[in-house]
Design a protein around this ligand. Structure first.
Ligand code: NDP
Length: 240
């Protein structure tokens, strides 16, 4: 039977591309959403129509109890061996103007969300002696970005968590990696970067496509990537 893959934030731009890629590669995809259930269901329907296997699961990753209940439910059908922690938000402001709410909200989704989801899935994954965990982070965590102290802190913490967790599970056939995209053409980046700004920031002078990120994730969760773990892999058009 094919392996099950949970993609958090599967209703978003990058998440949807990852769901499509993993489904095309023959995995049973669980499309996670928070508010955009109709979009997630439409994606599941289009994957099914193309012969793939996709279902939808909706919960708020910042809500520990709701996440635990939803995951318990999913685990009743068996372990989930592939997890892509992709749900994330940004809420930018220069640091003196950054509110405590903006700080907390961004850390809550990316970092606390990682904790709530990953911990719940880990023991069943360990028992199978095979697993893949991918954390979608950002170039902002590597280079810094003005107005994104909260966002880069959350994503940078995920880089550190990636490395530590990779060590803990290395002997159990589980790899843990971070994929750090640059500017990718989705709704999230559309409100943050004008086209001429992208030409200035990105040496390749274009935004990346969600499908390009999805192809990288598809490789990292495959059998062929068994020896890649604890890495932060950038995909950013040479932003370095
Ligand atoms: P989108 O805004 O398109 O998608 C964000 C996803 O996160 C949505 O599916 C949303 O669910 C989900 N989400 C937000 N808050 C919560 C929550 N509280 N609980 C559960 N799910 C939640 O973003 P992108 O596709 O552009 O980004 C995906 C990831 O890639 C993010 O982690 C982002 O930080 C990262 N990234 C994006 C870049 C870009 O240029 N686009 C660059 C670098 C990194 P719903 O809509 O259903 O509520």
């Amino acid at each position: 039977m094919s392996k099950r893959a949970l993609i958090t934030g599967g209703s978003g731009g990058i998440g949807a591309a990852i769901c499509k890629k993993l489904a095309a590669d023959g995995l049973q995809v669980i499309i996670h959403t928070h508010r955009n259930q109709m979009k997630a269901q439409a994606l599941a329907d289009s994957i099914s129509a193309a012969g793939g296997d996709a279902t939808v699961s909706a919960f708020d990753v910042t809500d520990a109890q709701a996440t635990a209940l939803a995951l318990q439910d999913l685990l009743e059908a068996g372990p989930i061996q592939i997890l892509v922690n992709n749900a994330g938000i940004h809420d930018d402001a220069v640091f003196p103007a950054l509110s405590a709410r903006q700080w907390q909200d961004v850390i809550d989704v990316s970092l606390n969300g990682f904790f709530h989801v990953t911990q719940a899935l880990l023991m069943p994954m360990i028992r199978t002696r095979w697993g893949r965990i991918i954390n979608i982070t950002s170039v902002a965590a590597l280079t810094g970005n003005r107005g994104q102290v909260n966002y880069s802190a959350a994503k940078g913490a995920l880089h550190a968590a990636t490395k530590s967790l990779a060590l803990e599970v290395a002997s159990r056939g589980i790899t843990v990696n971070a994929v750090a995209p640059g500017i990718i053409a989705t709704e999230m980046s559309a409100d943050a970067f004008a086209t001429d700004a992208i030409a200035q920031i990105v040496p390749m002078k274009r935004a990346g496509r969600p499908e390009e990120v999805a192809d990288l994730v598809g490789f990292l969760v495959s059998e062929q990537a068994a020896y890649i773990s604890g890495q932060i892999i950038s995909i950013n058009g040479a932003m370095t």
